[in-house]
Design a protein around this ligand. Sequence first.
Ligand SMILES: [Zn+2]
Ligand SMILES: [Zn+2]
Length: 403
Amino acid sequence: MIEMDCTCVQKRHSIPTETIEVSDRAIEKVADILKDYRRIFLVADENTYAVAGARAEELLKNAGRLSHTLVLPAGALPNAENVGKVLIEAGRDRAAYDINAWSLNPDYILAVGSGSLNDTCRMVSYRLGIPYGVVGTAPSMDGYASVVAPLLNGRKKIVYNCSIARHIIIDLSVNAKAPYPLLLAGVGDVIGKYVAILDWEISRDLNGEYYCENIANMVLRATAQCVEASKGLKERDLAAIRATSEGLLLSGEGIAFCGSSRPASGTEHMIGQTWEVMDVEEGKIPNLHGIEVGEGTFTAIELFRRLYRETDDAAVKPLIEKYLPAFDRLEEMQKTLKLPFTVTEKERFTQGILRGRTFRDRYTILQYLYDHGKLEEYADQVYDTVMRKYCFGTFKAQFPAWR
Ligand SMILES: [Zn+2]
Ligand SMILES: [Zn+2]
């Protein structure tokens, strides 16, 4: 249990996570960290099994704590089929001839992977009432400590309530070898926090929404840490990998402390996730979450900058002003990091903004612009600016072999 006393109305924040281990060779501690469990069900995919799963399996087997292992195909998506596979395999040790027999079902699920495997396993963990943990293999998103999981179900992407990881084990030398698109996705997922927290502050002042300054500051510090560290990612500098991993974990803790993703997800996620959903509806595999969110962030920044220039709303203008230096830093960062874009076609880009407003029930600048009769005009005009200032190429052009 991680706890933090607070000055907000919640007075105290807590999450059921017992251990967060971020270190070089952290994987060697897996059997020790999971010493309270005796029948651990390990789930990996072919890629993550090769880089970390096999070693974790060996250590757990030697310690007498392994139940069995499931290795899904490389790049397995968090979809209903894979949730089903994990669910089926989780119970395979029960005696087939007697459903009332003492069950050998696992007492713990260990996901070895990043976003997709984590989401798949914590769904199964939640449904079966078995605790789970994760050996993270890439700093690609902030969902290790999250409370919900977005899963692909048919041609829909649905956000389900899920378990929070009991243990999070990040082996830095494994993470340093993660594919470069996953490292970029981690940065993309985290830079949006400036936008998300600005949205949150606006809703606090306009709608009286609950707001926790301590959580907001914790997430903002994590974001600054990741932006700074992004310079060393290409060289796979271990300090940069550590700073990125810890920043993403802190952001995830902020979500879990808050009990909702409000501190970590605003306009940028609603736009990026709309683009993801459009892919799903068309039967395509959605792009990496953090890559979509990165593009959504630059889009949101330009919406905010334009509103700042044009508005004399005394409730909103000073709030945006507070974030302008952070927006400038992100623009600088993008000139060297060059996060790739996925949506470059105007119609689709604009749809992300217009449909994004109602992606979920959350007040953001999109709703503000809509209420002031400006959303369509802003969506139409922001496109050229975003492409000119932030787009240095598409994901497909930069990583043609990906998926
Ligand atoms: Zn608080
Ligand atoms: Zn995200």
